[in-house]
Each structure stands twice: as C-alpha cells, then as structure tokens.
Ligand binder design. Structure first.
Ligand code: SAM
Length: 328
C-alpha cells in the first residue's frame, strides 16, 4: 500500500504484494505515459483491485480526480473504500466500459487528461472460486464480470450447437483442437448438463489428453474463449476505445494493456487507424473516407514487462501496452 505522503517515491511491485492483492502490471510505464499531475482528471476504466488508480491518485495529489469504472460490483465496492481515503477525488462508477462516454459524462468527466484500460481479470476474480473463472477450483461455470448481465458460461456450454461451440472455441480461444473439444462437450452434456468448472476441464482433458509437458493446461484456451464470449469482451473493447477517444482533451493520453493477441490486434488497428488521415482501402483511387488523424501513437512497438517484473508477477508475462495522445 502506498501512503499519501509517499507520492514522490516511485512505487514498486512489492508495495502491492499482500495476499490476494492484484499486482498492477507495467505500473511505472503506465504512469510515465499518463504523467499524472496535480489538478488532472483521469479515468481508470478497469479499476479491478485499484492498484493503478491508487498511484494515479498519489501522483495527481492533492487535487487530481479519478473516475473508477468496473463492471464487477466487487471491484466497485473496493473503489468505494478507496474513495473514503481520498475525499472528493475518486468517483466509483459501476458499468461496462463499452459505455465509457455516457458513464464519464454522467459523472462530470466529459474532458479528461488520461484514460487507462487494463484488460482482462483481476487476481481477486480468479481467486474467488464461486466466480467460475478458474478450473483450479470446482465451482459453478459462470465467468460473468457482472453476474446480473447476460448468459453464464454454463448456458453457452449447454445450449450452443456443436458448430457454434467449435467456432467460439477456435475464434476466441485460438484453440486448434476446437472441433474435438466441442464434440466432447456435446457428448458429455447429453448425459448430464455441464454446470461446473472442474467437470468441463476434465471433459476437455479426456478429449485432447493431459498436459504432457505443454506450457498451459489443455482447458486454458477453452476457458479463455468462454470468458471472452460471456462478457462480449471484444465488442466492449471496440466500443470502449471509440468512446475513450471522445473524452480525451487535447494532449490527453489513452493507455491500453492487453493480455492476448485478439485484444492487442483490436487495440493496434484502432490506434493505427486513428493516427492516420485517410483510411480508405489501398485500391481506392481518391480518398472518400474524409478521415483525419485524431491521435499520435506514442508506442511504436508494444511495451512489455521487463524480466524482473515477469519474475515477480508471472501474470504480467503476456502484457502488452500501447498508448496514444489526442491531437488538437
Ligand atoms: C486486469 S483487471 C484491472 C486491474 C487494475 N488495473 C489494478 O491495478 O488493480 C481488469 C478489471 O477490468 C474489469 N473489466 C473487464 N472488462 C470490463 C468492461 N468491459 N467494462 C468494465 N470493466 C471491465 C474486470 O472486472 C477487472 O476488474
């Protein structure tokens, strides 16, 4: 935990390493791109455990303000607790960042100096068995960030037909054995609906074999695919990026950390297109899109955690950071 009085001392990862605490990824890099300043206004669109938001508050003290968005009510409860320690400076807003523009305008954050999107899951979500994100624990197959919204993973697994399941696992899990896995799921659910994480993991393991020296468990990609589908993560990302750009003041910065290639591809394409004047297909003889660059890309290549961070926080290994700055 970083205290108010320490705001000129750069935080280190060990400041966050209490049990179950989510360790913020690429913390120093995020802060160097957002460059928080006293009086600045920032949006943390994925508050999670609040690791980044806490340092944003520290570095924009004493009057900087932060809007904390998260779809998960547990994350928003944590934000409400942190807000008590920073009166008038942290505003929690429960919602999906696909609606970032409406959420921000509703909270009086219509023009901001920086926005962070740190995609995916917090450690506390993974560590809560009842959320069903992990096959490390036997739990109901849920996987929703907000359990009030949309169908659960169990609904998809038990109701999608074999072709839709194959496509979902292939597309969102980048799983080459998607056909075999989908067939096994459909076979198993004929006997009894698949309601739990451990049953799904063992069906997959039986279908494609055990780990056999592979770096990841055979169910990892299928679980990723279900989580992405259940939360419409890629659709939310498209909408959230577009909304974020509408909120940035000139010179304001958008920083996005992604954890798999599907997300990174969306972020990369969005940032490249928004930094380009004409986005007509190359075959178009004259420009008909009337598109004008709205941002400058700050990261020519993705920024990755260094070896030390990867060692201390294995979850950071796949992180990729990209950042842009709003043009006038
Ligand atoms: C990786 S965690 C963020 C961790 C945070 N930066 C920290 O340092 O503690 C991602 C968070 O984003 C939330 N989230 C993911 N997709 C979201 C979406 N579309 N809208 C709102 N929140 C989302 C998740 O509920 C999760 O709490």
């Amino acid at each position: 935990m970083v205290s108010e009085s320490q705001h000129d001392i750069p935080p280190t990862l060990s400041d966050f390493q209490s049990p179950n605490e989510h360790i913020p990824v690429l913390l120093n890099e995020v802060m160097s791109y957002l460059a928080p300043r006293n009086g600045g206004r920032y949006i943390d669109a994925t508050f999670g455990g609040g690791g980044h938001a806490r340092v944003l508050l520290e570095q924009s003290a004493p009057t900087g303000q932060v809007l904390a968005i998260d779809a998960d009510p547990d994350a928003i409860a944590r934000a409400a607790t942190l807000a008590l320690a920073h009166p008038g400076r942290l505003k929690p807003a429960r919602g999906n960042f696909r609606d970032i523009e409406a959420l921000a305008r509703g909270a009086g954050f219509g023009s901001v100096d920086g926005i962070l999107m740190d995609l995916g899951l917090s450690s506390f979500q993974l560590d809560q068995p009842e959320r069903g994100f992990s096959f490390r624990f036997p739990a109901p197959l849920d996987m929703r960030f907000d359990s009030q919204q949309g169908p659960s993973a169990a609904t998809l697994v038990n109701e999608y037909d074999e072709t839709d399941l194959t496509n979902l696992i292939f597309e969102f899990g980048e799983e080459t054995r998607s056909r075999v896995i989908a067939r096994a799921i459909v076979g198993a659910r004929r006997e009894q609906p698949i309601e739990t994480t451990d049953r799904l993991a063992s069906i997959i393991e039986r279908a494609v074999g055990g780990r056999h020296g592979r770096a990841i468990h055979p169910a990892t990609r299928t679980f990723q695919a279900l989580r992405i589908a259940v939360n419409d993560e890629l659709g939310s990302l498209h909408a959230g990026l577009a909304g974020a750009l509408e909120l940035l003041a000139t010179g304001g910065r958008l920083v996005v950390i992604s954890f798999h290639s599907l997300e990174d591809r969306i972020v990369k394409t969005f940032m490249r297109d928004e930094a380009t004047d004409c986005i007509c297909p190359p075959s178009t003889p004259i420009c008909v899109c009337d598109h004008h660059a709205r941002v400058r890309v700050l990261t020519r290549k993705t920024v990755r955690p260094n070896v030390e961070e990867q060692r201390r926080n294995p979850r950071s290994r796949s992180a990729k950071l990209r950042a842009v700055e709003r043009l006038p």
